[in-house]
Design a protein around this ligand. Structure first.
Ligand code: GDP
Ligand code: MG
Length: 441
């Protein structure tokens, strides 16, 4: 798997200043192989890796992750984005019935999917009608009838008078029937050939023209591998489709077809089918697919843990600083920003036990006050933040001008900071943790 192969790249470079081009290239090389092994089409691999490299080169350096881990994280995020795009739901027609047409190669899983989708839609309160328009294979109509029975959904099949032998005629008539019997969704199963061929495409296009579907779902066997691209292109050009369904995800395919079809056709993957039973069906989940393509669930868990551990490390360092009297205005600013990222302070305080009695004071609390403090600290040089003692009168004047406050505001902040630092130091000492005494003011 990719994680095995990456161990050679995962030399522990933690703490190194930034992602070097060499680190990125080495990791990208391994990911490229993983994508190809997962049957992602070569042009898609190329453009994907290019995008990832660009993002990695501009990325902020993470202290928590080594460069290889960081590139993997970016790859994973990009993959999820590309696979997911905007997750699209089925589009229902304003005036029923909503017409959904299924297209794809023979054996892709259209008929099975028709049953799954019908059951799923019924479960959501719809009243679908299945339509048998595969008149190529002798057994196909019967297969849909069996599926329909299991799903508890009626099947419109060709019979004398409604267009026997002509799938276009059957499709057209089925819409009338749906209106008459008040089915709000029509699911049209169509024929497929083993390979892409013109006659089949024409038939599918004719059916499409006869029923002007609200959705054409392209059903793609995930096991098809590198052929996914050709097939998808042929159906895009021959029939056109508005969404993709991946089937046979219970097989051992690595799922590269998903990325290829999404990238090449630009159409969203909407559903995933993962077995022969009607229940083996779900909305498509980009994160699961990304995981499958890269084969790195464990690695991603590790990365997450490393990030969390690092947060904790930072928190501990901050606590240590508090106790040892080494707290700087820079730390103070960081902590303040971290807290404020969680939301307005009023809400945070409101969640504390006993906050009910503080309600009035909370209501008067002005976030602008915090903005002002942040502005003042930002107006200081790094040296001043690290050692506020050096902030003399002329520095105070400069900072005041720079951050649009008065000198007395600055005095106020600096004095309070020293007081707070002293108090924390005493508290830490009193509780018996933190560095050993030694006042610093
Ligand atoms: P169609 O020719 O496109 O209508 O394909 P079918 O629905 O007849 O499916 C072809 C074969 O694939 C059948 O044996 C199905 O049981 C099987 N099949 C369909 N979907 C899945 C799936 O998600 N997983 C597995 N394992 N088999 C499937
Ligand atoms: Mg079929």
């Amino acid at each position: 798997t990719l994680s095995d192969r990456l161990t050679s790249v995962l030399t522990n470079l933690r703490g190194k200043g930034r992602l070097s081009d060499a680190d990125i290239d080495a990791t990208a090389r391994e990911i490229r192989i993983a994508l190809l092994e997962a049957d992602v089409a070569l042009p898609v691999v190329r453009s994907f890796i290019k995008g990832v490299k660009e993002r990695a080169k501009g990325a902020e350096v993470s202290q928590a992750l080594n460069p290889a881990q960081q590139v993997i994280k970016i790859v994973n995020e990009e993959l999820v984005t590309v696979l997911g795009g905007e997750t699209r739901r089925l589009e229902f027609a304003k005036t029923p019935p909503t017409v959904i047409m299924l297209a794809g190669l023979q054996g892709a899983g259209k008929t099975t999917l028709a049953g799954k989708l019908a059951k799923w839609l019924s479960g959501q309160g719809h009243t679908p009608l299945l339509v048998a328009c595969d008149l190529q294979r002798p057994n196909a109509v019967n297969q849909l009838q069996v599926v329909g029975e299991r799903a508890g959904v009626p099947v419109y099949a060709p019979q004398p008078g409604n267009g026997v032998g002509d799938p276009v005629e059957v499709a057209r008539n089925s819409i009338e029937e749906a209106r008459r019997a008040q089915h709000d969704v029509v699911l049209v199963d169509t024929a497929g050939r083993l390979g892409v061929d013109e006659e089949m495409m024409k038939q599918a296009a004719d059916i499409r023209d006869a029923i002007t579907p609200d959705e054409v779902l392209f059903v793609l066997d995930a096991m098809i591998g590198q052929d996914a691209v050709n097939t998808a292109e042929a159906f895009r050009d021959g029939v056109g489709f508005s969404g993709v369904v991946l089937t046979k995800l219970d097989g051992d395919a690595r799922g590269g077809a998903a990325l290829s079809v999404r990238e090449i056709t630009g159409q969203p993957i909407m559903f995933a089918s993962s077995g022969e039973k009607l229940e083996d069906f779900d909305l498509f989940h980009p994160d699961r697919m990304a995981n499958r393509i890269l084969g790195m669930g464990d690695m991603l868990t590790l990365i997450e843990q490393a990030e969390q551990a690092f947060d904790q490390e930072q928190a501990e360092k901050a606590a240590e600083k508090l106790g040892s009297g080494q707290l700087t205005l820079e730390d103070f600013l960081e902590q303040m920003q971290a807290v404020r990222r969680m939301g307005p302070l009023q809400n945070l305080l409101g969640m504390l036990p006993g906050a009910g009695q503080m309600k009035d004071q909370l209501a008067n609390f002005d976030e602008k006050h915090l903005d002002r403090i942040q502005a003042i600290i930002r107006g200081m040089t790094p040296a001043e933040r690290a050692d506020p003692k050096i902030i003399n009168a002329s520095r105070r004047q400069r900072i005041a001008r720079g951050s649009g406050v008065t000198v007395s505001d600055i005095n106020d902040l600096v004095n309070r900071f020293f007081e707070a630092r002293k108090m924390m130091q005493q508290m830490a000492g009193g509780f018996g943790f933190g560095g050993g005494g030694g006042g610093s003011k």
